[in-house]
Design a protein around this ligand. Structure first.
Ligand SMILES: *Cc1c(COP(=O)(O)O)cnc(C)c1O
Length: 393
């Protein structure tokens, strides 16, 4: 079989299994309501938790920076790609998160990809939650430490793996977990994980992409939500903090210093554009100014969750603005998303490989840009589509 025949048959199989993803162009900025080629849609599937993706303060900051700082850096950071604002953002993020310092990457995918290899050698061990984000899994694959995996949020299994890592002579052990598991919206059990980390003298790394800016007091994330701290935190500017792009690792000074010397996606990839950095600073200003956006977000979440429950939908329990509506079958999830879209609500079906087979769902996400009226409209559409497809009575 020729190479392209092989690729085409892979595509055919993906389509036949109902797993083929299509991308729908939107013709407006990202927001609570968006424009598409088939009209206005309520948007329930962006990571735009605080509604900052089209916020005037971020647009102004980015525009101002374009004029004063230019468009691109055309350099990695250590050659000639660092402006004062890059360092300012790193220090602001670290202060906000309660760490010594932080280091910016082009994306959190890169931050996680570059984190493990410089910090852990073959004498070390990394113990990872089975449900961790793909970028953590890839980052761990790139390091030479021994790998241990525990069933998601299973503390008995985590302890077993920590014990095993110690018995097998690990020098340093790092526990790696998402702060929030993004397919389910469930929080990692950080109090127990932290206690086990202490008991087994392990370092705790938390990827808080779906929490920084809105979970916990002041929006300081999942560790703050539980009143504790992680040794190393990774995060993104691509979700609540403006939704553009950029990632970071935050932690103790020596860790950040070594990553600046050795993390490959940092050393061999371009510096963030100044406009993104300036808007990131503006996002932090808004996040630190007060709780009103967070309050709106969580009011919306409570209203949406109780409305769906009253209609009889099968939800995964939780408190996070990710509210997954379980449909189990990939094709049903796709069909649900299609019908909802036709009726003016933009949601996405999630199915294998982003969730396990047989666990397909519509992942809805709340944001602070949605109004009560928007949500009531979306509830009517969900009721209609749910009945049409026989998902609810
Ligand atoms: C979104 C996400 C990432 C990737 O972040 P980007 O900045 O978009 O690359 C990494 N980890 C988790 C848990 C995420 O949800």
């Amino acid at each position: 079989m020729s190479f392209l025949d092989h690729i085409n048959s892979e595509l055919e199989q993906t389509r036949a299994a109902g797993l083929y993803k299509v991308e729908r162009p939107i013709t407006s900025p990202q927001g609570g309501r968006i424009e598409t080629d088939s009209g206005t849609k309520l948007n329930l599937c962006a990571n735009n938790y605080l509604g900052l993706a089209d916020h005037p303060a971020l647009r102004d900051a980015a525009r101002g920076s374009l004029d004063s700082d230019g468009y691109g850096m055309a350099s990695v950071r250590f050659i000639c790609g660092t402006q004062a604002a890059h360092r300012e953002l790193e220090q602001r993020l670290a202060r906000f998160l309660g760490h010594d310092d932080s280091i910016l990457f082009a994306a959190c995918f890169d931050a996680n990809g570059g984190l493990f290899e410089p910090l852990l050698g073959p004498e070390d061990a990394v113990v990872s939650d089975a449900l961790n984000h793909a970028s953590i899994i890839d980052g761990i694959r790139l390091c030479k430490a021994r790998r241990y995996r525990y069933a998601t949020s299973d503390m008995t299994d985590l302890e077993g793996q920590l014990k095993l890592a110690r018995e097998e002579g690990a020098r340093h052990i790092m526990i790696a977990t998402d702060g929030v598991f993004s397919m389910d919206g469930t929080l990692a059990n950080l109090p127990d994980i932290k206690a086990l980390a202490t008991a087994y003298d392990a370092i705790l790394m938390v990827d808080d992409c779906h929490a920084t800016g809105f979970m916990g007091p002041g929006g300081r994330g999942t560790p703050a939500h539980f009143g504790l701290s992680a040794d190393i935190l990774t995060g993104t500017l691509g979700k609540a903090l403006g939704g553009a792009l950029g990632g970071y690792i935050s932690g103790p000074q020596p860790v950040v210093d070594l990553l600046r010397q050795r993390a490959r996606p940092y050393l061999f990839s371009n510096a963030l554009p100044p406009s993104i950095v300036a808007a990131g600073l503006a996002a932090l200003d808004l996040v630190e100014q007060g709780d009103d956006l967070r309050a709106q977000l969580f009011q919306n979440t409570a209203h949406w969750r109780s409305g769906l429950t009253a209609l009889g939908f099968d939800l995964l329990p939780g408190e996070h603005p990710i509210v997954p509506v379980m449909l189990y079958e990939a094709e049903l999830a796709q069909e649900f998303a299609r019908l909802a879209y036709d009726r003016g609500v933009y949601v996405s079906g999630f199915f294998y490989p982003v969730v396990p087979r047989g666990q397909a769902r519509i992942r809805t996400q709340m944001n602070a840009a949605l109004t009560r009226a928007d949500l009531d409209e979306a509830l009517e559409v969900f009721a209609d589509v749910g009945r049409t497809l026989g998902v609810i009575a």
